[in-house]
Design a protein around this ligand. Structure first.
Ligand code: GDD
Ligand code: MN
Length: 364
């Protein structure tokens, strides 16, 4: 009975799923000193209300309710930091992770004296039921890029995206604190910040179809993952948001070239087409950044329109600066037009990123 085990259960609209899951987990108190921590992001379907009710008669159950939804990885981090166990286990609350794997993972962690044990859907003994062919192929691809971008000692792992893992809290707390939560995949980030020092193993995890509700995996989460990989490859030097902002900027270049082409095909001259194309590219950058890079500060309704005007204003200053800088570089530093333009673009990028973070989306 000695081992204190905290199970962290992130929920977002899981009212129909959480209760049966808790009922399956509670018998574990025969083996452990158990704590069940539900981290709910203010679900609209009454998940938190239901958990609160259940907690009235179940002292092992705790509810953390966060207002202003801020994502799976951040919910996991918060749950782990609040957990009081010797060992913590994180799993999905939608019934897709088999409760039977909990004991398997904890025993492996304790018996083999490891830091982290992952429930792997791609273990030879695991079975996957709830994933579409497309999702499964996506995961395979994601796992391959994760393996490539993570420290070498982790290359024998098979499921870097898993939402099921057990770890020792005391020694890992500093790492957990350091995890960058602007993403969906807590596990990937934990592996990345641990620089290959964790003793890890995997146990098979059979994946079941969802009983109620739907998956929250969407394009934004795929985008986050892409950013995570680039972040690791940049040796974690560039801020994640700056990488995202930069990629969106590249898409803006494509928009600008396309719009210029189309308008010129329609009969406009280059000088007439250019201003439209520049505004179109800036607006498309703004909308994509609002949906992806700054989606936790996402602007909507009237604020979206006001934000666009601010963004255009913010972005128009460096256009002037860019021209000034490029010509200054050309006159005073070097006659190389390529480097002159690249210097200009770098300044525009840094300015746009810093100024629009601050003034358009009000983030530091
Ligand atoms: N608190 C909180 N906040 N919980 C969330 C949030 C959020 O923003 N988004 C999702 N969750 C919870 C869900 O309620 C569920 O319990 C769990 O996190 C997983 O979310 P799903 O939306 O069911 O994810 P999935 O089934 O599509 O994704 C599965 O595969 C991924 C790898 O491909 C999960 O196992 C993920 O954990 C895994 O990373
Ligand atoms: Mn799920």
């Amino acid at each position: 009975m000695g081992l204190r085990v905290s199970i962290v259960l992130p929920t977002y609209n899981e009212r129909g799923n959480i209760e049966p899951l808790l009922a399956q987990l509670l018998p574990l108190q025969q083996h452990y000193n158990l704590e069940l921590l539900v981290v709910d992001d203010d679900s609209a379907d009454g998940t938190a209300e239901r958990v609160r009710e259940l907690a009235h008669t179940e002292p092992r159950l705790r509810l953390i309710r966060r207002v202003g939804r801020s994502g799976l990885a951040s919910a996991i981090k918060e749950g782990l930091l609040d957990a009081t166990g010797d060992v913590a286990l994180v799993m999905d609350s939608d019934g897709q992770h088999e409760p039977g794997a909990v004991q398997r993972a904890i025993e492996r962690l304790v018996d083999s004296d490891l830091d982290l044990v992952i429930g792997s859907r791609f273990h030879p003994e695991a079975e996957i039921h709830g994933l579409s062919g497309r999702r499964e192929r996506g995961s395979t691809w994601a796992n391959a890029s994760a393996r490539f971008s993570l420290p070498q000692p982790y290359s024998q792992l098979s499921d870097y995206m898993s939402g099921f893992f057990a770890l020792r809290l005391e020694p890992l707390l500093p790492l957990i604190r350091a995890v960058d939560v602007n993403g969906f995949k807590f596990l990937y980030e934990l592996l990345a910040v641990s620089k290959g020092r964790l003793r890890t193993a995997e146990v098979p995890l059979s994946f079941q179809p969802r009983s109620y509700g739907s998956s929250k995996l969407d394009l934004a989460i795929f985008w986050d993952f892409l950013i995570s990989i680039l972040h690791s490859l940049s040796l974690r030097l560039l801020p994640r948001r700056a990488i995202s902002f930069g990629l969106v900027g590249l898409s803006g270049v494509v928009v600008q070239l396309l719009v210029t082409q189309i308008l010129m095909l329609g009969g406009l001259g280059f000088e007439q087409a250019l201003p439209f194309a520049v505004v179109a590219a800036a607006s498309s950058n703004y909308l994509i950044n609002n949906a992806l890079t700054f989606r936790f500060q996402r602007l909507q309704g009237l604020a979206l329109l006001r934000g666009l005007l601010k963004f255009l204003l913010v972005a128009s200053l460096p256009v002037l600066a860019n021209v000034g800088l490029a010509s200054a570089y050309y006159s005073f530093v070097s006659r190389d037009t390529l480097w002159a333009q690249l210097a200009g673009i770098l300044v525009v990028f840094v300015w746009n990123y810093a100024a629009s973070s601050r003034f358009v989306w009000n983030t530091p």
